[in-house]
Design a protein around this ligand. Structure first.
Ligand code: HPA
Ligand code: ZN
Length: 321
């Protein structure tokens, strides 16, 4: 990119990242060859156009067909953590979706052991990272209960649960019982809300699921009282700018509600969501905000917020920053 100078990436905690969304075109092709798909994925458009969340989920589900074995999940997890480190991530709290893989016949054990061992290896080399298991909300509450049962034998591999996939029509309140059970097991709680769903989805995630952070949270901005509460209670919003523009939750980066959220004093953080699909890792997201007018002070606030919102204790927090 002419005219830009290489910057040392700003150290951040990345709190909203789906490891499956780090499956880039090179890895996709190599898994495809390895697992008997030949060259079927060679022509896959590396920078597809999306019109909404569902159009992304459909494309991603097609790509995920190439992941079959525990080793595949291990390799994908390790590849994400390497790329994240290079992008300035010093703490990763990363989502995985075991149910999406089980749906296509991959056992939960392969997913949990593969991703789990990749994260454990990175921890052993000094990276601070943990997994959060997401319930795939459009499979319903019973599937979420089954997911929790299926992953609890791998409890050492994850620290919390989340809620992702198609949002509208799948309000948080449907998942009250499974979140209560996860909380009773000592798991941390987050949920996607307010990406395509309205502010009522954000309220439910807070009041019914008792989540500690909101993933996205954009449409909370339609409700001033709700935003006042989010500011007061210091509830973190894990915002993904490139994703929001790519999936048309936000028309242009310059119009991103993140700027107004910062003005209100909300604890906004920045993450990459699905970096292989939306134009890059967290450093690219920060760069896109800078290009859209974010000041150095705002970027530093976003970085500080990410550590304040991370699920680490004071001692670990000090070691990170
Ligand atoms: N929203 C909901 N589900 C997802 C996303 C997202 O941004 N990315 C991957 N799964
Ligand atoms: Zn997401």
């Amino acid at each position: 990119r002419p005219g830009t100078t290489a910057r040392v990436p700003l150290p951040v905690a990345e709190l909203h990242l789906h490891v499956e969304g780090a499956l880039g075109p090179d890895l996709l092709r190599s898994f495809a060859r390895l697992n008997g798909f030949g060259t079927a994925f060679d022509g896959t458009d590396p920078e597809p156009e999306f019109v909404d969340l569902q159009s992304f989920l459909d494309r991603r589900d097609g790509d995920l067909a190439v992941l079959r074995t525990e080793e595949d999940f291990h390799e994908l997890g390790a590849a994400y953590l390497r790329a994240a480190r290079a992008a300035g991530v010093v703490r990763a709290e990363s989502f995985i979706d075991p149910m999406v893989h089980l749906q296509r016949g991959v056992p939960v054990e392969a997913v949990m052991r593969g991703f789990g061992s990749a994260f454990a290896e990175a921890r052993a080399t000094g990276m601070s990272c943990d997994l959060i298991v997401c319930f795939t909300r459009d499979l319903g509450a019973e599937a979420a209960e089954a997911t929790l049962d299926a992953v609890l034998p791998f409890r050492e591999h994850f620290i919390g649960v989340g809620l992702d996939s198609a949002e509208v029509g799948w309000p948080p309140s449907l998942f009250r019982d499974v979140f209560a059970r996860a909380a009773a097991d000592g798991l941390r709680l987050v949920a996607h809300a307010g990406e395509e769903g309205g502010p009522d989805y954000v309220r439910e995630a807070l009041d019914v699921l008792h989540v500690e952070r909101i993933d996205h949270g954009l449409r909370a901005m339609e409700d001033a009282e709700l935003m006042a509460r989010i500011v007061d209670e210091r509830i973190a919003l894990t915002v993904c700018p490139l994703s929001n523009v790519a999936l048309r939750a936000v028309p242009r980066m310059e119009d991103h509600p993140l700027f107004a959220m910062l003005e209100l004093g909300a604890r906004v953080t920045v993450s990459s969501d699905d970096p292989a699909y939306f134009g890059g890792q967290v450093d690219a997201n920060l760069e896109a905000l800078r290009a859209a007018g974010a000041t150095e002070a705002q970027l530093e606030t976003l970085a500080r917020n990410s550590f304040d919102a991370a699920f680490v204790d004071e001692a670990e927090r000090r070691a990170l920053t």
